[in-house]
Design a protein around this ligand. Sequence first.
Ligand SMILES: [Zn+2]
Length: 229
Amino acid sequence: MRFDMPKNTKHQEVNQSAGTEAKVPCTSCKVETTHKVRASVDIRGEDWFDGNSIEYWVSHQIIECGGCETVTFRTINTHSEDYDLGPEGMKLNETVALFPSRNEGRSLAKDSHLLPAKVHRIYAETINAMNNGQPVLTGIGIRALVETICKDRSAAGSNLMTQIDSLVTLGVLTPAGAAILHKLRTLGNVAAHEAKPHAAQQLGLAMDVCEHLLQGVYILPHHAKKTFG
Ligand SMILES: [Zn+2]
């Protein structure tokens, strides 16, 4: 008897998950809202390797915010090898990607044109990396931004750690801000040396701190000089 190797299979269905709802962060409402799937392409398949198979499911969805009707795109990936064992048994993990990415739409801070050219370039590229869902590059960019500010203000110290502290001495950074930047410094180290991506939320917070620093170091002094002479 001849043994036939099982064949890889792939099935595609249109709008299988249309009409379903899920809580998703909205790009416009800026909070998690109920989104409805308006259209979808749902794929399920099975790939065989050496007599074992992996099953996978991919759902590509056009989703609409129930609050403001903003339409975006979501992809959910699941496969039979990625699961957690909980009290209710095996639960498949879902990898969800949202387009535009939910950090997206982050625009350059007001008056950023007042920044020195080299600072502006790093800042703009880092925002770009963040908006394009590149967490490793964003982490490295944030570190480069802090380093450049330190250099630009001739912050004393032989390493980034002592330089951040001297920004406090220079009066451009609060001790609380410095504490956060020290965490960023570690973040950047991890990103640069281990190529480990950071959570979007961490990076968003890190960028908030950087923007406060840019305000305090470059933008506010410029306005103060113009206003008070
Ligand atoms: Zn919305």
